[in-house]
Design a protein around this ligand. Structure first.
Ligand SMILES: NC(=O)c1ccc[n+]([C@@H]2O[C@H](COP(=O)([O-])OP(=O)(O)OC[C@H]3O[C@@H](n4cnc5c(N)ncnc54)[C@H](O)[C@@H]3O)[C@@H](O)[C@H]2O)c1
Length: 362
């Protein structure tokens, strides 16, 4: 094993519990302290975990024991917190999207390169056995030459369950910037980077009503498109069709399908680590499950941090994160202009993940 990651978490809201559970069982990661604008929320979040300190954000940034900051704040604060951590000489792993805008994400990556620190970015779900097994199937030629994919996410919207859903309906949110990172990171892992996009988008209403928690019944403004569709033209020539919506009730469509000349794959939900990959071969009627062949087993949110322990470029990394953000911004720009838009950045497909338990990964 490499050096342990000495971690500080900034942002102790809804998603932090999942990270805290994973980190607690990862021997590579030593959680030193947490911070939040709301210190009571931070105290409550780490109550089950003995020895974790609660600090103000400036004190956490200044703490020499901490070498890596896990940024679980809202998208509008991602860049600001990441830049503070980088200025303090710390690596950063950030929840998605990497920043609310591509310009902010570029500032983060440039500052990190100058400071000689690494940037990681969610989603790390695509490092799990679901997407990774599908990747191996494609790399091994089981579907022949990949030609197309579909990616479908339709829900009525997160305000039905999230107690503070404001960030989902302002720039940096919406179904595309919120859920797109899972689907597009998976598509780039499976089919490689994207060269050009064509988008169309709409929104059904100007306000949403909070459905749960202390603010139940409160109306919040909708400042972003809430149904986004598009086509991604991969550098390989493969075409992915994307539908991301907070305006629909439900769907029976698979989360992701990948079609090749010799076979079609059903890829499990990229918002989860595992799930069954199904293959239908040309000439066969039924889909058959593929055995799990790659990826972190028994993984949880936070396994993307493992790469920091080994000094390698994070596979859930900043270069992929910025490419995914560029694809999403290009889709929205295309929807606005009615023209196709070339994606500014590119990236390598992240290195594959060998089959193994995340706690023992090396
Ligand atoms: N909620 C989910 O199910 C979920 C799932 C996956 C990813 N995410 C991502 O995780 C991130 C956080 O989401 P959440 O649902 O936990 O949000 P949340 O609103 O519940 O929590 C965010 C926390 O960050 C704190 N915060 C905001 N700005 C800050 C700042 N400048 N300094 C310090 N603390 C600050 C807030 O006080 C709050 O406690 C988002 O990027 C979101 O997209 C959320």
């Amino acid at each position: 094993m490499g050096q342990p990651v000495n971690l500080g978490i900034v942002g102790c809201g809804a998603i932090s519990a999942q990270y805290l559970q994973t980190i607690d069982r990862l021997p590579q990661v030593n959680l030193v302290a947490v911070a939040d604008l709301d210190l009571d929320r931070a105290r409550e979040a780490v109550r089950p975990y003995a020895g974790v300190e609660v600090l103000s954000v400036p004190d956490l940034m200044a703490d020499a024991r901490i070498d890596t900051v896990l940024n679980l704040t809202i998208p509008a604060a991602h860049a600001e917190i990441a830049l503070q951590a980088i200025a303090a000489g710390k690596h950063v792993y950030c929840e998605k999207p990497l920043a609310a805008t591509g310009a902010d994400a570029r500032r983060v990556l440039e500052a990190a390169a100058e400071a000689g620190v690494r940037v990681g970015c969610a989603p790390d779900t695509v490092l799990g056995t679901g997407t990774q097994t599908a990747r191996v199937a494609i790399d091994d030629g089981l579907i022949g030459r990949p030609v197309a994919a579909t990616a479908t996410m339709l829900t009525p919207g997160h305000e039905r369950w999230h107690p503070n859903p404001d960030f989902y309906y302002v720039p940096g949110g919406g179904p595309l910037l919120d859920m797109g990172p899972y689907y597009i990171s998976s598509l780039v892992t499976l089919l490689g980077p994207v060269a050009t996009v064509i988008g169309a988008a709409g929104r059904t209403r100007a306000k949403r009503t909070i459905g749960k928690g202390p603010r139940q019944g409160e109306e919040i403004p909708v400042l972003v498109d809430t149904h986004v569709t598009g086509v991604l033209v991969h550098e390989s020539g493969a075409l992915s069709t994307l539908v991301m919506s907070f305006d629909a009730v439900a769907t029976k469509a698979p989360n992701i399908e990948v079609h090749g000349e010799l076979g079609s794959l059903v890829v499990p939900d990229p918002n989860h680590f595992d799930g069954t990959v199904l293959l239908t071969r040309l000439g066969e009627k039924d889909a058959a499950p593929l055995p799990v062949s790659a990826g972190y087993e028994e993984a949880g949110r936070g396994v993307g941090l493992i790469d920091f322990a080994f000094g390698r470029e994070p596979r859930a990394g900043g270069t992929l994160g910025i490419h995914v953000l560029d694809i999403m911004e290009s889709l929205l720009a295309s929807a606005k202009s009615g023209r196709s838009v070339d994606v500014e950045s590119t990236c390598e497909r992240p290195a594959p993940v060998a089959l193994g338990n995340s706690a023992a990964a090396g």
